[in-house]
Write a protein that binds this ligand. Structure first.
Ligand code: ZN
Length: 412
């Protein structure tokens, strides 16, 4: 099955040779071809070029993209898409002045989500998550990482990971699963945090690895949640089972999580709203991708990740949604790209690079996703007619996506 797309106003993020990530100054450059054609063969990108060099090609279907832009689909490398029910009451509580921590102390927050999830059967959890997954696919996301972490018991964590496995099998979107047992301390382990880590390291990770239910491990490394030492134990246990780490660090405090992540070869360190000069220094020369989650900052009214400091220090940066019921009930990568420009002073080029190729790196899939490169997955966004790609982040809150192609086929 071959699909030819012609008269593309601009084909974005064209990389003739595969790259795995971009850092510092490199992020300012977003290579493109104006007045382009693009040929898809089954699920892959076969070829592309300028219209004046279009050879005679036999295709099963041809799409005229006059006035429209094509870019690789978004990659969302950090989500908590599997959850049961919503938490809009807490949203209202926050409007009335309660803090994130006060809500958690009232029995809300992650522990509240865990209780709901434990009481929800697997089929219902699958259907709720599938609805969200279809929504983000329509919004242009073509690869997504999904974490567990609202189970907090072996059975409930396995239930979440089985839901993710089923979604992997059933959906055209590329999915990676991350085990986040250390998301919050379950009530049953009150004042026994180290014993809960023992359970994660000695029981949960071996079982999850045996059933091949996860690709990565994660921990919420933060004051009042899990310490750097807890997080290191989880990262070390993950390594034993070939499950690299992607960890939550520096959302509210800088306690050494980034250094621990780098030392343990974490694939990514995520959140980074609070960064010290030492945190930036330790990332230099590492293979760990910093990931910013600006829609979480928007929703919680907390600081934004200092993207300028990170990129101007020569580091890479990726963007993701953090889609979850408590702090970011949105999986809209278009909004994330806008917020990166509006609130983090990233240029449209930097933001698009951060949401495609660098985000693919943060999911371990930059060989197959995140750029227009021959042989990569044909996962694409076709926009409506728009004046330029800068119009996408500029016109925040509007959806200018006409269609999304995953594995070479338009989704409904
Ligand atoms: Zn998160």
């Amino acid at each position: 099955m071959k699909t030819l797309i012609t008269n593309i106003k601009e084909l974005l993020q064209v990389r003739h040779t595969s790259i795995d990530k971009l850092q510092g100054q490199e992020m300012k450059d977003l290579p493109s071809i104006k007045n382009a054609w693009l040929l898809l063969h089954d699920d892959l990108i076969e070829d592309f070029g300028t219209m004046d060099s279009l050879p005679f090609l036999e295709a099963d279907s041809t799409i005229d993209a006059t006035g429209k832009i094509i870019l690789p689909s978004w990659v969302d490398s950090h989500t908590h898409l599997v959850y049961a029910g919503n938490r809009e009451q807490e949203f209202v509580d926050r409007i009335h002045g309660l803090t994130y921590e006060e809500i958690a102390n009232k029995g809300g927050g992650i522990v509240n989500s865990a209780q709901k999830l434990q009481a929800t059967d697997e089929e219902s959890l699958y259907q709720q998550t599938l609805t969200r997954l279809k929504e983000v696919m329509r919004l242009g996301t073509g690869a997504i990482e999904i974490k567990s972490g609202y189970g907090l018991t072996l059975d409930a964590e396995l239930k979440m990971l089985r839901v993710i496995k089923r979604l992997k099998q059933d959906s055209p979107i590329h999915i990676k699963a991350t085990f986040l047992g250390a998301h919050a301390l379950p009530k049953a382990y009150k004042d026994r945090r180290v014993e809960y880590i023992d359970e994660i390291v000695n029981v949960m990770i071996p079982k999850i690895a045996e059933e091949q239910l996860a690709d990565y491990v994660d921990a919420f490394c933060e004051k009042g949640y899990f310490t750097v030492e807890d997080s290191v134990r989880i990262m070390e246990a993950g390594k034993k089972y070939n499950l690299p780490a992607k960890i939550h660090v520096n959302q509210f405090n800088s306690i050494g999580g980034i250094k621990a992540g780098v030392e343990n070869s974490a694939l990514s360190v995520d959140h980074l709203e609070v960064m010290t000069p030492e945190d930036i220094e330790v990332l230099k020369g590492s293979d760990t991708m910093p990931v910013a989650l600006p829609s979480c900052s928007l929703f919680l009214s907390i600081p934004y990740t200092p993207a300028r400091e990170i990129i101007d220090a020569g580091l890479p940066l990726a963007l993701a949604t953090d889609y979850n019921p408590g702090s970011t009930p949105s999986g809209n990568m278009n909004l994330v790209v806008s917020l990166a420009c509006i609130k983090m002073r990233m240029t449209p080029e930097e933001a698009i690079n951060a949401a495609t190729i660098n985000a693919a790196y943060a999911m371990g899939i930059s060989k197959t996703h995140g750029s227009i490169t021959k042989g990569k997955k044909a996962n694409l966004i076709l926009t409506e007619p728009i004046p330029s790609y800068g119009f996408l982040p500029y016109s925040f809150g509007s959806n200018h996506i006409e269609s999304v192609f995953l594995e070479g086929k338009p989704i409904n």
